[in-house]
Design a binder for this molecule. Structure first.
Ligand code: NAX
Length: 327
């Protein structure tokens, strides 16, 4: 049988963790022929709750689950890890400014970046879900200079999937017929969902929906979906965020479908005018654990303007973490 891969997951006692760990163990992420070892990192105060999650993982008797270990020590969690899923983060508390959030999470992601550099496998791929995801990925990468920056990514797949779902619902098409969706920029309310290159059953999406709908309904609905879920559910997106994390890692490891692409936040080398070094969402194709930004797409003027605003926000976050000495 294939040797198990080691998957380190942080924040395993949280709401996303409660979905994510079971999907990984079921083989939804790396395939039903790939055994996995789970290494779960939590803060000491969440260890008791995490033990309950581990008991449930045992009770599910997943044939692919080779082992489960828990720890509050990052260097133990990432030792030999093939994938690191950085989900745990400090939530924004009442009265906390965004800069306070950046500082609190900066310390966490810098320490985890260092631990990954020290102990992870040569094959390590890092996916940051914990917010502010793009800038947390930037911080972790800066703390691990010996690991190629291409190995660090942040999750915008939930936004991508939300965009596909909205377009499919509007046109009455199955989600599987929607291809070449793009989300550009930051995983925040400034994100830029873009249908101008999308197709539905092979037809250009822009021929099937009104421009006004895109501008006044589609973009705001996708960008503010997280807030709408909190309003309705009384808690932030968890199952869909876990599903998106699974999709992100699966496509990264196993490749995007022929003729399609996905959205991932990855390091910019200046593509589409995004300043070098920022972790921004782009359309990417993937194969064998590597991603390639889809280049040469013409940007619609509305998309271009929104992308500049989202990138300005990323740049501002980078300046703030630089001022904190984290870069
Ligand atoms: P929860 O608060 O339910 O769980 C977070 C868990 O992380 C807690 O159990 C906490 O103890 C743990 N944690 C905190 N600091 C840690 C550290 N230093 N090491 C290890 N574990 C640590 O949050 P949940 O709903 O699971 O969300 C997790 C993160 O995902 C949040 O930052 C959230 O904002 C972010 N999200 C990102 C999304 C995306 O698309 N990129 C969408 C969903 C979600 O909002």
């Amino acid at each position: 049988m294939t040797a198990p891969l080691t998957i380190a997951v942080t924040g395993g006692a949280g709401q996303i963790g409660y979905q994510l760990l079971f999907r990984i163990a079921a083989g939804d992420m790396l395939g039903t022929d790939q055994p996995v070892r789970l290494r779960i990192l939590e803060v000491p105060q969440a260890m008791a709750a995490l033990e309950g999650v581990v008991m449930e993982l045992q009770d599910a008797a997943f044939p692919l689950l080779a082992s489960v270990d828990t720890t509050a020590d990052a260097s133990v969690a990432f030792e030999g890890a093939d994938h690191a899923l950085l989900v745990g983060a400090r939530p924004r508390a009442k009265g906390m400014e965004r800069s306070d959030l950046l500082a609190a999470n900066g310390a966490i992601f810098a320490a985890q970046g260092r631990a990954i550099q020290e102990g992870a496998s040569d094959r390590i791929r890092i996916t940051v879900t914990g917010n502010p995801a793009n800038t947390n990925a930037l911080i972790a990468a800066a703390a691990a200079p010996d690991i190629p920056r291409e190995r660090f990514s942040a999750l915008t797949r939930l936004d991508h999937n939300r965009a596909i779902a909205q377009l499919a619902a509007k046109t009455g098409a199955p989600v599987a017929d929607v291809r070449r969706m793009i989300v550009w920029g930051n995983h925040s309310a400034t994100q830029v969902p873009d249908i101008t290159h999308a197709t539905i059953g092979g037809q250009p999406a822009v021929d099937l929906v009104e421009r006004e709908w895109v501008k006044h309904e589609f973009v705001p609905t996708v960008a503010n979906r997280g807030a709408a879920i909190i309003e309705a559910r009384g808690a932030s997106s968890a199952a869909s965020a876990a599903a998106a994390t699974i999709d992100h890692v699966r496509d990264w490891a196993r490749g995007t479908a022929e003729g399609d692409w996905t959205s991932m936040s990855v390091i910019s080398r200046g593509e589409y005018g995004v300043p070098e070094g920022l972790v921004s969402s782009f359309p990417v194709t993937t194969a064998d654990g590597d991603w390639t930004i889809v280049e040469g797409l013409e940007l619609d003027p509305d998309v271009e303007a929104q992308l500049r605003a989202s990138v300005a926000e990323l740049d501002d976050e980078r300046m703030q973490v630089r001022a904190l000495g984290l870069l």
